[in-house]
Write a protein that binds this ligand. Structure first.
Ligand SMILES: CC(C)(COP(=O)(O)OP(=O)(O)OC[C@H]1O[C@@H](n2cnc3c(N)ncnc32)[C@H](O)[C@@H]1OP(=O)(O)O)[C@@H](O)C(=O)NCCC(=O)NCCS
Length: 168
């Protein structure tokens, strides 16, 4: 398995992979599979960004096929540029429990920690996603709040935990 930064050449595969994640784990993400279908190519390229930019996606590939990914972007505002955010963390069910998400996030955090002026990284995680909560805690993220009913999926409400990692 190769862990690397995505490039625009990976956009078709990332589109497929993101649909897999939104359909497979509808309670884990605030975006929906329905919304994903209307995601246009320019927006996809913007999210893929580049390793030199302040937003990027790290993926785990076998050949050209993605089995895991996590996204990062830095806030743009003058008063919020000290913050970055992690989004879209997912590993395909058949590849879980082998350290893949940890490797992806370690790669992401190594890169993010070289961004000048970045002081803290934020993420949110649905309360149902115990493996993800444990993973983030093991990487040093600390919970700072919980939004009751932060997500609504049909008739189901899910609390959302907010976590922070302060960079040294
Ligand atoms: C969360 C997720 C990305 C973990 O991927 P993974 O590749 O299986 O994780 P790893 O094998 O790298 O495990 C890393 C750590 O995660 C935690 N973890 C992973 N699977 C776990 C499980 N079944 N139960 C409890 N903790 C678990 C552990 O802390 C583990 O560290 P350890 O192996 O040293 O104990 C994966 O389960 C997933 O895609 N879940 C659904 C989507 C999701 O919840 N995304 C997060 C949205 S915020």
């Amino acid at each position: 398995m190769q862990v690397r930064f995505l490039t625009p050449n990976d956009s078709d595969e990332y589109w497929r992979f993101r649909l897999e994640m939104l359909e497979g784990e509808p309670n884990a993400f605030s975006s929906s599979a329905e919304e994903h279908h209307s995601l246009d190519r320019n927006e996809l390229h913007r999210r893929i960004g580049s390793v030199d930019a302040e937003q990027f996606i790290v993926g785990a590939f076998e050949g050209t096929r993605l089995f895991g990914a996590a996204g990062f972007h830095r806030d743009k505002g003058l008063k919020t540029r000290h913050k970055g955010r992690i989004w879209g963390v997912y590993v395909s069910p058949e590849k879980r429990g082998r350290g893949l998400a940890r490797k992806i996030l370690e790669t992401l955090l190594r890169r993010a920690s070289t961004i000048s002026g970045l002081e803290q990284i934020l993420l949110s995680v649905a309360a149902t996603q115990t493996p993800a909560l444990r993973l983030y805690q093991s990487l040093g993220f600390e919970p700072w709040g919980c939004e009751p009913r932060g997500l609504r999926n049909g008739d189901q409400y899910i609390d959302e935990h907010y976590m922070i990692l302060r960079l040294k």
